[in-house]
Design a protein around this ligand. Structure first.
Ligand SMILES: [Zn+2]
Ligand SMILES: [Zn+2]
Length: 402
């Protein structure tokens, strides 16, 4: 076959040469080293553990570096529950809070809805929660009427668990958490179109209790309820370190005493999981925090590493043991060092506190939260194709067996 030669370009651009050049360029493109913005997806990952019970704990104001340093020197075993979470579970001291905020309520909304506060670059306006407030909301405020107006109903972990016929609970130790109870009550919760109708009230057990800076009354009520009702999904918020940190400073002796109190709560939960016939070998404990805090008694500056760096622990049936979470997810997560990665779709994501709700659902073998952002491609199917293909693969369930 005769090739066409264009005199203007000379022999180099003879069609044959051009095709060869194209092949070489494509080859170089495929062979070039993968940059951090191009995660590789392993195909031989161990399975995600599945259980019937998840305890999803947020320890308010648990500064990662303070806890990590303390544990390294804890010969007395004052923080033995946290040490067990490391030795017997999957963990990181370098998870991230929301990019834009390091205050309490917006980060807890992220944990429970898998949405960032604001709209990330490259993502439609449907996927952020848009609720920046951190004070006791007015009586009728809900996430739906006061959050992202483009989102309409902002579904939560409670919706998915409850609509699938399992029981749910919220145990909180700050008044402002009432916004969750109001958002998902019998009036404001969405009708259940999944299988049998389990009703609009998505939270079966709701308690909001504290005694000054202590969550002890809340914790005692929680233990009693868990023993009696064996709730499938419980979100538990212990405010102690934050409440004390605002008075005495994060990292003060008083702050560490509050962390030791939380340690005792966690030991109780671990003992319950190990001894209760129903929970035993069928429960996973997730522990994270909304933000850290500084020695000058605050945590409002979202650009400070001490505020946006939080720990994340996963412990229980089938979870990899004594394994750092970034080491467990080398191909699609990137340890951000001291950095503060955005949620943007062209950024390989760090491990986030806001994805723990999605993680809880994956462990319960349930679908993702509709329209959520911190989700995985694997679990998208039950709700059909997501609105944005760009969301796929940003987040994947991060805990697997050994
Ligand atoms: Zn907080
Ligand atoms: Zn605070």
């Amino acid at each position: 076959m005769r090739s066409v030669t264009h005199n203007y370009f000379g022999m180099l651009f003879h069609r044959t040469y051009f095709l060869q050049l194209l092949v070489v360029m494509l080859g170089l493109l495929l062979l070039r080293p993968l940059t951090p913005t191009q995660p590789v997806f392993a195909t031989d990952l161990p399975p995600i553990p599945h259980v019937e019970y998840v305890l999803h704990v947020s320890v308010d104001g648990l500064t990662a570096s303070l806890l990590q340093d303390k544990l390294a020197a804890d010969t007395a075993g004052t923080y033995s529950a946290f040490q067990r979470l490391i030795d017997e579970g999957a963990y990181t001291f370098n998870a991230r809070s929301d990019y834009d905020t390091t205050v309490t309520l917006p980060n807890h909304i992220s944990m429970l809805t898998a949405r960032p506060l604001w709209q990330p670059f490259g993502v439609s306006e449907m996927h952020h929660h848009g609720f920046p407030h951190n004070s006791l909301p007015y009586e009728r405020a809900t996430l739906h009427n006061s959050g992202n107006p483009s989102a309409g109903y902002i579904a939560s972990v409670f919706d998915v668990v409850h609509d699938n016929g399992m029981s749910t609970a919220l145990y909180a130790s700050k008044d402002r958490f009432s916004v969750f109870d109001v958002s998902y009550n019998a009036t404001n919760g969405r009708g259940d179109s999944t299988g049998p109708d389990n009703g609009r009230d998505k939270i079966d057990f709701y308690r909001n209790l504290h005694d000054g800076t202590s969550s002890r009354p809340l914790h005692d009520a929680l233990l009693a309820d868990l023993k009696q009702h064996h709730i499938n999904y419980s979100f538990i918020h212990y405010a102690d370190p934050d409440a004390v940190g605002h008075i005495h400073g994060f990292g003060s002796d008083e702050w560490f005493a509050a962390v030791a109190d939380v340690n005792s709560y966690l030991l109780d939960l671990m003992t319950l999981i190990e001894t209760d016939a129903t929970f035993k070998n069928n429960t996973i404990l997730i522990v994270t925090s909304d933000h850290g805090g500084t020695d000058f008694k605050g945590h409002g500056d979202a650009s400070m590493a001490v505020n946006y760096t939080v720990p994340l622990f996963v412990w229980g049936k089938g979870v990899a043991q004594n394994t750092e979470l970034y080491a467990l997810n080398p191909s699609f997560r990137q340890d951000p060092g001291e950095g503060r990665p955005r949620f943007d779709t062209n950024v390989v994501q760090p491990i986030r506190n806001g994805e723990t709700g999605t993680l809880a659902l994956a462990l319960l073998d349930l679908p993702i939260i509709p329209w959520s952002f911190m989700t995985s491609a694997i679990n998208v199917a039950p709700f059909g194709a997501p609105a944005d293909d760009t969301l796929l693969n940003l987040f994947l369930p991060l805990v697997r067996g050994n």
